[in-house]
Design a protein around this ligand. Structure first.
Ligand code: GLA
Length: 381
């Protein structure tokens, strides 16, 4: 599929020309499960995204065709019109969240497709939300700023998909900039672009192609653990608003009051904050060895403390270590999906070959390989 073909399919279905919008998926160098804890994240947009051809249709209905699902859905934009079709809920949610913010929407026709792997932890759903939030804002001249568009996508996840996610994915999809990562402080929403051209290294994702069941309820459970630990700390230290504001000493003070599980979850989050800052410092003087060490530190924390890794991801992480890869870790929410790897150019071929061969021998299929190209965020084409 490509944009020309997309436009042709739109014309064929709706007899008119539409406008094409796109918004990408994302990678995250470091700073995982920190966004909903008021911490730092360090994502970048990628060159894979959702592409939607759209046209206002003069009615109060949305008529949408998903090329990938080969499925058509038509729905109104009142709360009771919820289509209850998984993919269409994302579009419906975006419409509802814009309306809830006091804007007037109009019906539209759309045909869309995506090339972000689904369930790989690369935020295909944020790309979908951001594409439609950005497009409706542009077509209807709503003048919603990009932060609010990101919140529209996030609220869609909360209220129409059931995942209590943070803001990272939608932020990255909307604000992405070619060749740059973004360090976002999720407590203040201040952010900074960091040029990212690691000379002599490549960033590559290895996709386990597994997505474990119940990932979204496990995600919500992690968030609840963090909020519980934070509430106990805040009772003693009112200056602590988010878990990322706390120190390990503060966490130790409340250790007798919280479960062992909540303690480990919180310890991971507090440690992860420092790792993001260390990575930013290291990048400032091209110290990729330190960046890599922090990535392995994150993997350890996500696997043993936060417990969002899985056998397949741990296996790929071990192989990376054995192959001398500079940094490797599970990326995104976890429970399947990808590892992100910072690899020296000269080790790249051997690493990929070894990872494929060993992974296949153990799990019966190859991991998928995606070379990361840091790209632009949401836009009209
Ligand atoms: C998912 C969520 C994000 C973030 C990551 C983990 O991608 O959508 O908000 O919490 O997991 O860092």
């Amino acid at each position: 599929m490509n944009v020309t073909e997309l436009k042709r399919l739109f014309k064929e279905r709706f007899n008119e020309e539409g406008t094409v919008y796109t918004s990408p998926g994302r990678v995250n160098l470091i700073g995982e499960h920190t966004d909903y804890n008021g911490g730092f994240v360090f994502p970048g947009a990628i060159d894979q995204g959702i592409y939607a051809c759209i046209r206002l249709n003069g009615t109060d209905k949305v008529r949408a065709y998903s090329i990938d699902k080969e499925d058509y859905c038509e729905f109104g934009m009142n709360e009771e019109d919820n289509p209850n079709v998984h993919w269409a809920n994302y579009l419906f949610g975006v419409c509802r969240e814009i309306i809830k913010r006091g804007y007037r929407l109009q019906g539209f026709d759309t045909v869309f497709y995506g090339n972000v792997p689904i369930g790989a932890g690369m935020s295909s759903s944020a790309a979908l939300e951001s594409t439609f939030a950005f497009a409706l804002n542009d077509l209807l001249h709503l003048n919603i700023d990009k932060f609010e568009l990101a919140r529209v996508g996030q609220a869609t996840e909360h209220n129409y998909v059931g995942v209590k996610c943070g803001i990272m994915d939608q932020f990255a999809s909307l604000f992405g900039k070619e060749g740059h990562l973004m360090r976002l402080n999720c407590a203040t929403m201040e952010f900074e672009y960091f040029p990212f051209h690691p000379k002599g290294y490549r960033l590559v994702l290895l996709d386990t192609v597994v997505k474990h069941e119940l990932a979204s309820s496990a995600y919500n459970k992690r968030r609840a653990s963090c909020e519980n630990a934070c509430a106990h700390i805040a009772a003693k230290h009112p200056e602590v608003k988010y878990l990322s504001d706390a120190t390990l000493d503060m966490l130790d003070e409340v250790r007798p009051e919280i479960s062992g599980e909540d303690y480990l979850r919180a310890a991971y989050v507090i440690g992860e904050k420092q790792r993001v800052l260390d990575v930013c410092d290291a990048l400032a003087h091209d110290d990729y060895e330190t960046v890599g060490k922090c990535m392995y530190g994150t993997h350890f924390g996500m696997s043993k403390l936060y417990e969002v890794s899985c056998e397949e991801l741990d296996f790929l992480n071990d192989i990376a270590k054995e192959c001398g890869v500079t940094g490797s870790r599970v990326m995104g929410g976890g429970f399947g999906g990808c590892t992100i790897n910072l690899v020296k150019d000269e080790l790249y071929d051997a690493f990929i070959a070894t990872a494929k061969q060993q992974f296949n021998a153990k799990f019966g299929h190859d991991p998928k390989v995606y070379n990361v190209v840091i790209s632009e965020g949401a836009r009209r084409l």
